[in-house]
Design a protein around this ligand. Sequence first.
Ligand SMILES: Cc1cc2nc3c(=O)[nH]c(=O)nc-3n(C[C@H](O)[C@H](O)[C@H](O)COP(=O)(O)OP(=O)(O)OC[C@H]3O[C@@H](n4cnc5c(N)ncnc54)[C@H](O)[C@@H]3O)c2cc1C
Length: 479
Amino acid sequence: MVRASVVIVGAGISGLSAAWELSGAIAGPNENTPRIEVIESASRVGGALATTSFAGRSVDLGADGFLARRPEAVNLVRELGLDDQLEAIDASGAWIYLHGALRELPTGLVLGVPTNVAAFRHFKGISRGARWRLRRDQWFAKRLVVGEDASIGEIVRAKLGDELSYQFIEPMIGGIQAGRIDELSARSVFPALLDAAHRGGSLAKALRPSGPVSPGPVSQHVASVPMFSSLCDGVGSLPVELERQLKERGVVVRTGVGVSALRRTPSGTYPWEVDTPTTTTPADAVIMAAPANVAGRLLGAQDPALAALADVDFASASMVTFCLSSTEVTLPLHGTGVLVPLRTSWPGGDTMMVTALTLLDRKWPHLRREGDVLLRAHVGRIDDQRSDSLNDEELTERVSNELRVLLGEFGPARASLVQRWPSALPQYHVGHQPLVEQARRAASELRVALAGMAYDGVGIPASIGSGRRAAKEVFAMLV
Ligand SMILES: Cc1cc2nc3c(=O)[nH]c(=O)nc-3n(C[C@H](O)[C@H](O)[C@H](O)COP(=O)(O)OP(=O)(O)OC[C@H]3O[C@@H](n4cnc5c(N)ncnc54)[C@H](O)[C@@H]3O)c2cc1C
């Protein structure tokens, strides 16, 4: 019997998860397992998951942890036999920089939306008008008519006003995708908010039960599961181990060579030929796990719904990581970090570029060392690409100066590292879901499955789920 051939374009976590599922997942390959070739343009697998050695430890350069209350990432870690590597987050709570001071975030925020009005009673960072809006939402909620989709901003600004929307909700939701609440789709990014708007009444009351707020499944026994987890060698170790085990079971993983074209074969045995600059691989089906704009470019000629993928916007982000002497910096006593609302002014003249500060070794025990602390500043939004015009040295200096405003003076860094993520975060604008549905329909007619963070949600669990879903679609295509 001739084995079917499947090519996977892109070896980020979604492409590798697709290969894992296609090659039999935990049970391993069997006589029906297709020949699988994963083609990755970068010199390493993992995409947005990568670790490096920094200040004597393995530090993640991109994603540093994952939501553990969704099952996909934890399940994959367990299937790979890495259970003993799982590490629960070791801090909770966070701070926000408002009106020139760090303030502890009130409890009960659901993606920034206040659900516990009493927690705001002693919170000093908001105006009387914003307090009144909070109370009004509880007792005389504003009516709002929304259609099948609306921007998150449209809903929360109408219900809670601009101040709470831009100072609490935007830093939290916008931070996940480096996007703006006035453009991000409630249907795709925060469906519980859209449901609440459709039902009418108080947002605080509607969102209060701590059910799932982002799209996706929830683990069983949620209460006993930590909210976030990482791996002792960093989440970047996950794709590396996945690649190793995939190769062991005969999957071909090629790095450092990009797919340059996908060609339909006119009458051949295989519907596709997948080109790189040096090779052509015949394929019965293709899993497109490269970013949506690449998918649009490679597949756009086949169907306008696929060409539309090239229009998905991507935001760039940068991270600057510092190792500081623990005796030479004053950090908030507890919590995982600090949020900085957009347009926060600072003495440098314009507005702050830093959107968040993560206290990395607070969150993850494997990063702790006696005598130092690891901080990471996040920079960049879809409409703030100022960091592009600064070289690494200039960016580090600018970010250090902003951190001195947030934290007060601190001594010279023992080490620092700039990591840039150009065009890395897809923007789920209003109308994103129909765009994805149409593209998926067109792709499946052509024996192509789409996987990745532009389709089923940004985040490691969603991307793993997206890859595995694409593999199941391909199984169905090959029957
Ligand atoms: C800076 C940053 C921080 C993040 N932080 C978190 C976090 O803390 N927690 C969390 O859960 N999620 C986080 N995320 C999101 C999470 O990392 C992603 O959801 C996930 O890694 C996406 O995986 P992917 O495979 O869909 O895409 P990618 O990782 O983008 O992989 C796509 C791959 O396709 C390859 N490719 C592109 N063109 C071609 C071509 N022509 N041929 C072959 N290959 C090609 C790329 O090189 C890349 O390796 C973060 C993302 C970023 C960018």
